[in-house]
Design a protein around this ligand. Structure first.
Ligand code: IVH
Length: 665
């Protein structure tokens, strides 16, 4: 019985802590304390499985994957809304209602942001969460209880005395910040990114495996219940207060408006706030506040008479496609970017829009000089939808994918079956700059004060070129730059020195190695523990790790064998940024300062063995004869590389001589 009591106590505490943290944003215990209690509960529940209840916080983690989603009928249909597109529409809405009621609306309106996510219904019995479903067609939705449970801001147990049955309705959405992070991780895993936060939220909720949903940064706001009349509250405003007291998160920008002119003002406020909100909204919902009046007004076909959605103005516009710029990304991906005659969309000037890749602009049949339809997809990324072909006059010219990198001139490649064209020169300046920006960004080491703008400035001035240069910056250099001063210089230097010795996974993700995002970086850290171990890994060792695929392994091998990278990492090791790098450059090892190229076939060793030996002995491998190369090991049938090495005056070794270098007897 003791156990049962403690379990109840722990559930109560943990639910309370989660509510404070996720709903009220006012944590009252440390993460460590929360984890300790959570662990205690897990242990007790493991020992007494019969005492596990569905509303236990331990049930949030996911549960078993489903085969399909079950259908659920909503006890009361979930309606949609009619739209208003102007202030006049809002005034007409109010006038029509007054005529219908034959009285002025003296009790006001509730004006709420129209959250751009997915409508869901959460069913609570005796204050415990039982089922949750999508809106579906309004009458029948899909049972996504397990998925919804993983969202921490959805309470599993309600606070206070609640009716036997409570069906709460609201919106599940993803914050813009979480959306960006998710898309970065999708890209790092070579998965298709989501077009906008709404799609990402929908895609995340419709995962048959709730464990996947659990990893997605979803949030929830409640905005109503199925049958307001039965709530003992007189109005929407009171209901929203009540829902908050029950433990539900409610949007803080909901506002009671005494009359329609206040509604119009609130709309303007929201329109101004919109781009600064952490989540997307696509308009404002206006509801008659008083439930008695709502009831009298009733519903039309599919939408209530008592509410209307005031939509933000159309997010599409037409403009001219002036030219196409080809951008080089951090991993060398070439992205065609449309340069547009500036046009205002959602209050923001749009002069560039992504064309994604070659297939995309060809599929859309876009030409330079075209009049094009542009839109802001998901509120953030402007996109070219299509050309307006009727407006062509013959002066348009085709968009041509370049064959050489616009930044470094090296030949671009487009692997078969891939949509992306790439610059594969790891020393490409455009990639370097993007790499530096990434390294300092939140996705990397999060060095405060070294944002994009400043890195570009330092890069252009030649003050930083590769990552180690960041650690050589001094107060003397920084304080005298345009836009800098003693204080900002000191702040940046402090942030830089604070970023030393990051966890290996953070460091790896910061390096921006292709296919190595947060997830893979963590796998690698767990397996290798140190950079030195990882850098010496063979293809087989890498592929042995659960979760590391062919592409990631190949990318790592290529990265750690690139002589420039090797030197870069060595320099980083010398600055003390990452522990475990410097050891490799240990001058006591027989091959330190040696960069070797192998050519021809070896007799006693396989290529991989030979490479491994070089690394173990502190040396480095290169694949072609460059300035950095010191030695060449020529096996049988050595070809042009040998000749080149001779011409360049490099030390030529036989396989025997190489082995002797490592193991002098
Ligand atoms: S009330 C009968 N309030 O808008 C009232 N809906 O077309 C119906 N939405 O799919 C819903 N924010 O997901 C209401 N504060 C809010 C809302 C909201 C977003 C969505 C909802 C629904 C659509 C209505």
């Amino acid at each position: 019985m003791e156990a049962a009591k403690r379990i109840e106590q722990l559930k109560k505490l943990l639910n309370e802590f989660a509510h404070r943290y996720y709903v009220l944003d006012e944590p009252i215990v440390s993460d460590g304390e929360y984890d300790r209690l959570f662990q205690e509960l897990t242990t007790l529940e493991d020992a007494y499985p019969a005492l596990v209840t569905d509303d236990s916080p331990t049930r949030r983690v996911g549960g078993a994957p489903l085969d399909k989603f079950e259908q659920v009928e909503h006890r009361i249909p979930m309606l949609s809304l009619e739209n208003a597109f102007s202030d006049e529409d809002l005034e007409q809405f109010s006038e029509k209602l007054q005529r219908f009621l034959n009285q002025p609306i003296a009790t006001g309106f509730s004006a709420e942001p129209k959250l751009d996510g997915l409508a869901v219904e959460l069913v609570y019995r005796r204050g415990s969460f039982v089922t949750g479903s999508t809106r579906g067609d309004g009458v029948t939705g899909e049972n996504i209880s397990a998925q919804l449970k993983t969202i921490h801001s959805i309470p599993l147990k309600l606070i206070g005395n609640v009716p036997y049955l409570l069906e709460v309705r609201g919106e599940v959405f993803m914050e813009k910040h979480g959306f960006d992070r998710l898309n970065r991780s999708q890209l790092a895993k070579s998965l298709q990114p989501f077009a906008n936060p709404r799609n990402a939220a929908a895609g995340s909720l419709r995962q048959l495996d709730p464990a996947v949903t659990a990893e997605r940064p979803l949030r929830f706001f409640a905005y109503g219940i199925s049958d307001p009349e039965s709530s003992n509250r007189g109005s929407q405003t009171e209901l929203l207060q009540y829902l908050k007291r029950c433990g539900f998160p409610v949007c803080p920008y909901n506002s009671f408006c005494a009359d329609i002119s206040e509604v119009v003002t609130h709309y303007q406020t929201l329109a101004g706030l919109r781009h600064n909100l952490p989540y997307d909204i696509d308009g404002m919902v206006v509801k008659i506040d008083e439930f008695v009046l709502q009831d009298r007004l009733g519903v039309k076909a599919r939408a209530p008479r008592w509410a209307i959605a005031r939509k933000f103005p159309a997010t599409q516009a037409t403009t001219t496609l002036l030219d196409v710029d080809f951008q080089v990304g951090r991993t060398g991906a070439i992205t065609p970017v449309a340069l547009l005659d500036p046009v205002i969309l959602d209050g923001a000037t749009v002069s560039r829009a992504t064309l994604h890749n070659q297939d995309e602009f060809q599929r859309k049949d876009l030409q330079i000089g075209d009049t094009v339809l542009v839109q802001r997809a998901g509120d953030v990324i402007p996109e070219v939808v299509k050309p307006i072909r009727e407006k062509r006059n013959g002066s348009e010219t085709p968009i041509i994918m370049p064959s050489r990198c616009p930044a470094c001139e090296s030949e671009l490649v487009r692997p078969e079956n891939e949509a992306v064209t790439r610059c594969i020169n790891l020393q490409c300046p455009a990639q370097q700059l993007r790499g530096l920006i990434h390294y300092c960004s939140k996705a990397g080491l999060d060095i405060e004060g070294l944002g994009k703008k400043y890195i570009e400035q330092l890069y252009e001035l030649g003050l930083i070129k590769t990552i180690p240069d960041i650690y050589t910056l001094t107060r003397e250099i920084l304080a005298h730059l345009d836009g800098w001063g003693d204080k900002s210089a000191d702040n940046v230097l402090a942030a830089v020195s604070q970023a030393k010795e990051p966890p290996l996974s953070t460091f790896l993700a910061a390096l921006g190695i292709r296919y190595i995002g947060e997830v893979n970086a963590t796998l690698l850290e767990d397996h290798f523990g140190s950079l030195a171990n990882l850098a010496g890994a063979t293809m087989e060792e890498l592929l042995d790790i659960d979760g590391i695929g062919d592409q990631a392994a190949q990318s790592l091998i290529k990265y750690f064998n690139d002589p420039e990278i090797v030197i870069m990492l060595e320099k980083l090791g010398a600055t003390g940024v990452v522990s475990g790098i410097a050891e490799r450059g240990d001058s006591k090892l027989p091959l330190s300062d040696v960069v070797i190229v192998f050519t021809g076939s070896l007799i006693q060793l396989s290529r991989d063995e030979a490479k491994k030996l070089v690394k173990e002995n502190g040396g480095h491998i290169a694949s072609s004869i460059t300035k950095k190369v010191t030695h060449i090991v020529a096996g049988e049938k050595a070809g042009s590389k040998l000749r080149k090495a001779q011409e360049a005056g490099k030390t030529i070794l036989t396989e025997e001589a190489f082995l002797h270098m490592i193991n002098p007897v």
